[in-house]
Ligand binder design. Structure first.
Ligand code: B12
Length: 384
C-alpha cells in the first residue's frame, strides 16, 4: 500500500475516533462549479440581509481563491440525528420550537475542536500546511462534501447521506498535501421523484428543486433576519422560534440515520427541548445569556428571540399568553413593540378569528415525517 493511501486510511480512522461519522477526500477546487450557482443566488437577492455571504463571495466561489496553496480538501461530517420526532411540538402552541441542530451544544465549537485535533494528527503524520473551517468561513462546504463522496445535495440543498440521512453537520480541512480524491457522489442522485422537502416547507422557500430563496426560509427569518418578520410569513412560522427542521425531518433517507451515532455534544438540553413561551417571554438580557450560554442561539441576542417568541405567541391560540405579551408593548425596541401589538391582535381576536389565527400550529398529520425514530415515506426511485 503506498504511503499516501496509508495516510488517507490513518486520517479516516482518526476522524472516526474523534467523532466524525464520515470523512472524504477531494481536490481543493472540486466544489468550485458551485460558484456559478452562488453568483446566480446572490444576483437574485436570495441571500436577503446575509451580507456576509456576498462580502467575500469571490473567495467563497473557490477554495483556491481563498488559499492558493491548497491541494486537497478533506470533508467531514458529524451526526446530530434526533432520537425523537422533531415535528412533535408542532401542535403545542404554548411551547416554542427550537431546531434540533440547536437544542444541544454549539456545533461550531464541537466540530472545530475535532477538526483541530485531526489537523494536529495530520501534521504529525505528514508535515504540511492546513486550515480548518466550519460554517462561518467563505468556503462552500456542501458542494465540497458532495465532491468528496459524503453524499449528495438534496432538493432542500443540504447534504444527504445514504447512511446518515440529512442530520449532518459539516466541517472542512484544506491541506497543502496532495491526496488522491475519493469518487464524488453525483448531484441529486438519490432524490429521484421525491418532493417531500418541497411539499413540507411551510413558506415554499424551496423551489425549484435544489434552490432555496433564503428570504422565505424560516431558519433565515428566525436566525439571520434583522427587523420585523414580514407579515406574510408570520402565520406559517407557527411556534418555531429558532431555525426550522421541516425540510430535513421529512427526508425519507433519514430512516437509515441512527440517533445512536449522533455526537453526545448534540443531545438536547432539557430546557431547550420544549421551552414554554411564557418563560421565554419573561427573559431579560442577563437571563437570556445565562439560559443560552454554550448554545448557537446566544448569537441572535435577546431581542430577536423575544421577537420570535411574540410571533409564536400570536400563532398559539392561547389567550393565557396575553399576560406574557403585554409587557413587551413598552419595550424600547420598536421591532418588539410591533410584534407584541400583532400578537395581542391575534390573541384577543374573537374566537372565530382566533380559530383562523391558530391555523399554523395544526398538527402535521398532512406531512409525512421521517426521522430515525418514526415513520417515513417511500425511498425515492431514480429519475429525480
Ligand atoms: C448561508 C447558509 C444558510 C442560509 C441559506 C441556506 C442555503 N441553502 O444557502 C440559511 C440561514 C437559510 C440556512 C439554513 C439552514 N442551514 Co445553513 N448554512 C449556510 C452556509 C453558511 C452557506 C451555504 C451556501 O453556500 N449557500 C449558498 C447557496 C447558493 O448554496 P445552496 O443553497 O447550497 O445552493 C446549491 C444548490 O442550489 C446547488 N444547485 C443548484 N442547482 C442544482 C441542481 C442540482 C441537480 C443539484 C444537485 C444542485 C443544484 O448549487 C448551489 C451551490 O451548491 C453553510 C456553511 C458553509 N460555509 O457552507 C451552512 C450550512 C449549509 N447550514 C447547515 C444547516 C444545518 C442549516 C439548517 C438545517 C439549520 C436549521 N435547522 O435551521 C437550515 C437548512 C435550510 C436549507 N434547506 O438550506 C449545514 C448543512 C449541513 C448539511 N448536511 O448539508 C451547513 C453546511 C453548516 C455546517 N457546517 O454544518 N443556512
Amino acid at each position: 500500500m503506498d504511503t499516501r493511501q496509508a495516510l488517507k486510511d490513518a486520517i479516516r480512522a482518526e476522524a472516526e475516533r474523534l467523532g466524525f461519522v464520515a470523512c472524504g477526500f477531494a481536490r481543493a477546487d472540486a466544489g468550485s462549479d458551485a460558484g456559478a450557482e452562488l453568483r446566480r443566488w446572490l444576483e437574485a437577492g436570495h441571500h436577503g440581509t446575509m451580507g456576509w455571504m456576498e462580502a467575500r463571495s469571490d473567495q467563497r466561489e473557490s477554495p483556491l481563491a481563498l488559499w492558493p496553496q491548497a491541494k486537497s480538501g478533506i470533508a467531514l461530517a458529524m451526526s446530530y440525528a434526533p432520537a425523537s420526532d422533531p415535528l412533535a411540538l408542532a401542535g403545542e402552541g404554548e411551547r416554542g420550537r427550537i431546531s434540533v441542530y440547536a437544542q444541544g451544544g454549539d456545533y461550531h465549537k464541537t466540530v472545530k475542536k475535532a477538526l483541530k485535533a485531526l489537523a494536529r494528527f495530520i501534521v504529525a503524520e505528514a508535515p504540511s500546511e492546513l486550515k480548518v473551517f466550519v460554517d462561518t468561513a467563505p468556503v462552500m462546504e456542501k458542494p465540497l462534501a458532495q465532491a468528496a463522496g459524503l453524499g449528495w445535495q438534496g432538493k432542500h440543498t443540504n447534504l444527504v447521506s445514504r447512511e446518515h440521512g440529512s442530520w449532518l453537520f459539516l466541517g472542512v480541512i484544506l491541506t497543502s498535501l496532495e491526496l488522491e480524491p475519493d469518487s464524488p457522489a453525483s448531484a441529486g442522485m438519490h432524490c429521484g421523484t421525491c418532493s417531500a422537502c418541497l411539499d413540507a416547507c411551510p413558506t415554499e422557500a424551496i423551489g425549484p428543486a435544489h434552490r432555496i430563496d433564503a428570504r422565505k426560509c424560516i431558519s433565515y427569518l428566525t436566525i439571520e433576519h434583522d427587523g420585523p418578520i414580514p407579515a406574510e410569513f408570520r402565520e406559517a412560522i407557527g411556534n418555531r422560534i429558532y431555525g426550522c427542521d421541516d425540510c430535513l425531518a421529512v427526508c425519507p433517507w433519514n430512516r437509515f440515520a441512527q440517533s445512536a451515532r449522533a455526537n453526545r455534544a448534540f443531545v438536547p438540553r432539557a430546557e431547550l427541548a420544549a421551552p414554554r413561551l411564557a418563560d421565554l417571554l419573561a427573559l431579560d438580557d442577563l437571563a437570556f445569556r445565562e439560559m443560552f450560554a454554550g448554545s448557537p442561539i446566544k448569537r441572535i441576542g435577546r431581542n430577536r428571540m423575544i421577537r420570535n417568541c411574540l410571533v409564536a405567541a400570536g400563532n398559539s391560540g392561547e389567550p393565557e399568553l396575553v399576560a406574557s405579551v403585554e409587557p413587551h408593548l413598552a419595550d424600547a425596541d420598536p421591532v418588539i413593540t410591533e410584534a407584541a401589538e400583532w400578537a395581542l391582535g391575534r390573541l384577543q381576536a374573537p374566537p372565530s378569528a382566533r380559530m383562523q389565527a391558530s391555523w399554523s400550529v395544526s398538527a402535521p398529520e398532512d406531512r409525512r415525517v421521517s426521522t430515525c425514530a418514526t415513520r417515513s415515506g417511500p425511498i425515492p426511485t431514480s429519475g429525480g
